[in-house]
Design a protein around this ligand. Structure first.
Ligand SMILES: Cc1cc2nc3c(=O)[nH]c(=O)nc-3n(C[C@H](O)[C@H](O)[C@H](O)COP(=O)(O)OP(=O)(O)OC[C@H]3O[C@@H](n4cnc5c(N)ncnc54)[C@H](O)[C@@H]3O)c2cc1C
Length: 396
């Protein structure tokens, strides 16, 4: 096995991941897929003495709504959840949440991992199994009784022969597929996060990954709101913003940092080699996400007037299909395969995705969801219609 990549493994999109995992999805296919991946993560955590620090705090979904029937409708069958609807219970179990939170749905099978440690552990396994790395970029693929890959490296162009090729090029998967004359129905949307040292200890270290399920307007003063509304480029900041502001402590019980995110961007990007130049990076994001999160975690409000002195603002591409399901399986009907469109779930789903692709390659028994997560889904009009009509696609 040869891993060809011009970058260090796990250094592009995978380095930007929030590293959260969950089996909470609106459709049972994605629940089954991520459950399989979490089973595998559990097994690897056990085998490695939890070298990648897998936690199981669950996901806390908070809402100000009294009627949570629509929320429960976004949770497919078989997901272990607890619902808390008494104010005193919510306050004692989740003291960081604001008093106006009326209902909390706690998704039990969720938490976080260290994706970088997990990747390192996997690389060691690849090495031990005889795999190798080749620093370089695949610039052409010729299919003729196997494959001949042209690889651009620092030492010049090299040629590699392969019986099987797996296109796992993340945001560039379409470019690599194009080398085989195939166009994939995927797009890239840049999403951002911030991380900072929580010197005010606004978030308890034991707080689970917490998500505000309500859309909201940010709390600007009347004067600020007026100024924003007058500015065409900024008026959106005075509008209703989508649900999904999220937050969690980073670095475990002894850590001091917190991570905040909000996948509100909808603009499509052509992925850049250097993400730092991405035009969708939004200078307002740090303030917007702190303001948004402070509406359900009030202790964060102090950071609006006095922003954290040191913070990192970063992001990466969600490489997605319209339905927000991945593409895993045969690519060209010969010996090329794909693992792509891992959107905002690629860290949690990596184990199941790799296993599924390997089963396709080796002709092993496939799980029931295999066809629906492959390119074959694009010919299943009924399924695509059903997914297009769904309330939510599980984007977070
Ligand atoms: C802000 C953000 C937060 C996220 N949070 C979470 C989360 O909490 N939980 C979760 O599960 N997921 C999360 N994700 C999603 C997750 O990070 C991605 O789905 C995952 O990292 C995608 O991995 P990948 O290997 O497909 O892509 P990448 O990590 O981008 O890897 C693709 C690799 O292909 C290489 N490549 C490209 N073109 C070529 C070529 N021509 N030749 C050779 N190599 C090539 C690139 O150099 C790169 O190293 C998040 C993503 C973002 C952006």
């Amino acid at each position: 096995m040869l891993l060809i990549d011009p970058r260090q493994p796990m250094s592009y999109t995978s380095a930007q991941s929030g590293d959260n995992y969950r089996n909470w999805w609106p459709h049972p296919t994605m629940t089954a897929f991520t459950n399989d991946s979490i089973d595998e993560l559990d097994r690897l955590a056990e085998e490695s003495d939890n070298v990648f620090q897998m936690s199981r705090g669950g996901y806390v979904l908070a809402t100000r709504r009294d009627d949570i029937t629509p929320i429960l409708g976004t949770i497919s069958d078989g997901i272990d959840v607890s619902v808390f609807d008494r104010r005193d219970t919510i306050r004692s179990r989740f003291p960081h949440l604001s008093d106006d939170i009326r209902n909390v749905v706690h998704i039990r099978r969720g938490g976080d991992i260290s994706g970088q440690q997990m990747g390192q552990y996997m690389l060691e396994k690849i090495r031990a199994a005889g795999g190798a790395k080749m620093p370089g970029s695949v610039s052409a693929i010729e299919q003729n009784a196997g494959y001949r890959l042209r690889v651009t490296t620092a030492e010049g162009t090299k040629s590699v022969r392969a019986d099987t090729v797996v296109n796992a090029a993340g945001p560039f998967a379409n470019r690599v597929a194009g080398q085989l004359g195939i166009e994939l129905p995927i797009r890239n949307v840049f999403q951002q996060k911030i991380a900072f040292e929580d010197h005010l200890q606004a978030i308890p270290r034991s707080a689970p990954f917490s998500i505000d399920l309500d859309s909201k307007q940010l709390n600007w003063t009347a004067e600020e709101r007026g100024l924003l509304e007058e500015d065409d480029g900024l008026a959106w900041l005075a509008d209703e913003l989508p649900s999904g502001t999220h937050c969690r402590p980073e670095g475990g019980a002894r850590g001091k940092w917190v991570k905040l995110g909000w996948a509100y961007n909808r603009r499509l990007s052509d992925p850049l080699e250097d993400m730092a130049n991405e035009p969708a990076i939004d200078a307002w994001f740090p303030e917007v996400v702190i303001r948004g999160a402070a509406q359900f975690i009030p202790a964060l409000e102090s950071y609006i007037a006095s922003p954290p002195p040191r913070f990192s603002h970063y992001g990466g591409y969600y490489t997605m299909t319209e339905e927000n399901w991945p593409l895993i399986g045969p690519l060209d009907g010969h010996g090329a395969f794909i693992i792509a469109a891992m959107s905002g779930f690629g860290s949690m789903a990596a184990c199941a995705a790799g296993k599924l692709c390997a089963a396709h390659i080796c002709g092993r028994e496939l799980p029931a969801y295999a066809a629906d997560l492959s390119l074959a889904r694009l010919t299943n009009g009924k399924l695509l219609e059903q997914l297009a009509a769904a309330e939510t696609r599980g984007i977070l």
